[in-house]
Design a protein around this ligand. Structure first.
Ligand code: NAD
Length: 500
């Protein structure tokens, strides 16, 4: 296993180019500079590099480039698109270690999780590469008079706006299907974690993607992001981020009738019934909130625990949480790294007082290790009531809130009693209960006796304030493509004759 000093030495070599040149935008295949902002590492707040601060003019140039490149890319033979996307996956795999090191340093996510992130990103490209040749396929819907034939066509240049929590994986998840469908892209990554988006865009060009097909514009949400959502030439916005940002984007895109796809926040329940395999439920509940620093939209941030087993389960959980290793993200032993920045650190830690004031118990954590960097000790609240803020609001950190329930009906009432509905996790060995509960849970994605194991052809997305639309398999193409129906008359059916 590689150790921390080795990782730091390798990271330093990869960072040199960013220190020297900063992160530039990539528009129509050209590096574009201009005004800049600084990006800092959550590990020690040190300066990583400067980043191009994309302006309205930069977005306009990128959108025009994407528009100009669109007819050529949309007409490119799908097998050729497939070949290029596989080549992108090859190059991601070749640079997987570099991408993982940069991602840890830029986001504070631990190596043990990020070491696989690039490979997951490559898998996204391979999966959608293989679907590209069939993306246009439709249906034949005959009537006695007509043969209706449907087909799908890329919608045009699209904007992709991504958050800071797992930026590389999320960018690949949104951009790969857009390119496979034949769309061209303007990507606006999160201002807090811009490193790997630049590497990804470079890889795409090296793989042979024509200029203008993939444009990268860095910058702030209210400036570059807003301009992208308002641009006339951009036909759709694929957005991953906070619920309130999604609402803003919907307003910003209204004048240009933007098609929007939103993957937003969550306050996801893990419901543990007393007949469950409690050892596995414990492992999964801990993993699904304390991995990825809890900065994970699908995290199980509410533990709904049946009162008959609550004392024991909570005690075991608190004991395990107390032993989770907080440390440098590039130390392979680390389980939790620093939070993304000071603002997010302040938000997450503010819930320690909110929990106390509202009358919950802090069974583990509720403290910070101190020193440089935005480190927070993993925290576990117990004795919470469903209406408390810690039980309602997305904290987006390594913070779990336990709420007790009596029976199935109350479990469902609590689980569904929040504004969000992204994922749900159900632990029970009663088959009919599993079927009932999963049917009634208001969530887009539910795992029964499992943690979050993704299968790329399945629909990914949330209900209520957690999102609009689905990704994955054909659902991604439904968003990035327009349906067309052509009706062919099969003979001389009756046509009404007016003015005869
Ligand atoms: P955010 O909404 O603050 O920012 C996301 C992106 O939107 C950034 O690139 C930002 O610059 C941009 N942005 C901000 N304001 C904008 C505006 N007015 N117009 C256009 N773009 C704008 O989110 P974040 O803090 O970066 O990410 C954390 C959030 O993302 C959490 O709520 C989390 O649950 C959510 N998330 C959801 C999923 C999912 O699949 N459902 C996945 C990951 C993260």
């Amino acid at each position: 296993m590689t150790d921390l000093p080795t990782h730091l030495a390798k990271l330093d070599a990869h960072l040199a180019r960013f220190r020297d040149h900063g992160i530039l935008n990539l528009i129509n295949g050209q590096d574009i500079g201009g005004a800049t902002f600084e990006t800092r590492s959550p590990v020690d707040d040190s300066l990583i590099c400067t980043v191009a601060r994309g302006t309205v003019a930069d977005i306009d140039a990128a959108a025009r480039a994407a528009k100009a490149a669109f007819p050529g890319w949309a007409r490119t033979a799908p097998v050729e698109r497939k070949r290029i996307l596989h080549r992108i996956a090859d190059l991601i795999e070749q640079r997987a270690e570099e991408i993982a090191l940069l991602e840890c340093w830029d986001t504070g996510q631990a190596w043990r999780f990020m070491s696989k992130a690039a490979l997951r990103g490559a898998e996204n490209f391979r999966y959608f590469a293989d679907l590209a040749p069939g993306a246009k396929d439709g249906l034949a819907l005959p009537t006695p008079d007509h043969l209706n034939v449907t087909s799908r066509h890329p919608i045009g240049p699209v904007g992709v706006i991504t958050p800071w929590n797992t930026p590389f994986m999320l960018a690949t998840w949104k951009i790969a299907p857009a390119l496979a469908a034949g769309c061209t892209v303007v990507h606006k990554p999160a201002e807090l974690s811009p490193l790997t988006a630049r590497v990804l865009a470079e890889i795409a060009h090296e793989a042979g993607l024509p200029p203008g097909v993939w444009n990268l514009v860095n910058g702030f949400g209210e400036e570059a992001g807003r301009a992208l959502t308002e641009h006339t030439d951009i036909k759709a916005i694929a957005f991953v981020g906070e619920t309130r940002t999604g609402a803003m984007i919907q307003k910003q895109g209204a004048d240009t009738l933007k098609r929007c796809h939103f993957e937003l926040g969550g306050k996801n329940p893990v419901i543990v019934f007393d007949d469950a395999d409690l050892d596995r439920a414990l492992d999964a509940a801990i993993f699904m909130i304390y991995s990825l620093n809890g900065e994970r939209c699908t995290s199980s941030s509410r533990l709904l625990i049946q009162d008959t087993i609550a004392d024991d389960f909570e005690a075991r959980l608190a004991e395990r949480v107390g032993r989770i290793k907080v440390g440098h993200p590039l130390d392979p032993a680390t389980e939790i790294g620093p939070l993304i920045d000071g603002g997010h650190f302040a938000k997450v830690t503010s819930y320690f007082d909110i929990a106390r004031t509202d009358g919950a118990t802090i069974a583990a954590g509720g403290t910070v290790p101190g020193g440089p960097g935005h480190y927070v000790n993993p925290t576990f609240f117990t004795q919470a009531q469903p209406d408390m803020r810690i039980a309602q609001e997305e904290i987006f950190g390594p913070v779990l809130t336990a709420i007790r329930f009596r029976d199935e009906a109350q479990a469902l009432q609590i689980a569904n009693g929040v504004a969000y509905g992204l994922t749900g996790y159900v632990w029970t060995n009663d088959l009919t209960r599993a079927l009932r509960v999963s049917d009634r849970l208001e969530s887009g994605m539910i795992w029964v006796n499992s943690d979050n194991v993704r299968h790329l052809p399945t629909p990914f997305g949330g209900v209520k304030n957690s999102g609009i639309g689905r990704d994955g398999g054909q659902w991604s193409f439904d968003f990035y493509m327009e349906q067309k129906n052509v009706a062919f008359a099969l003979g001389a059916h009756k046509i009404q004759r007016l003015g005869v």
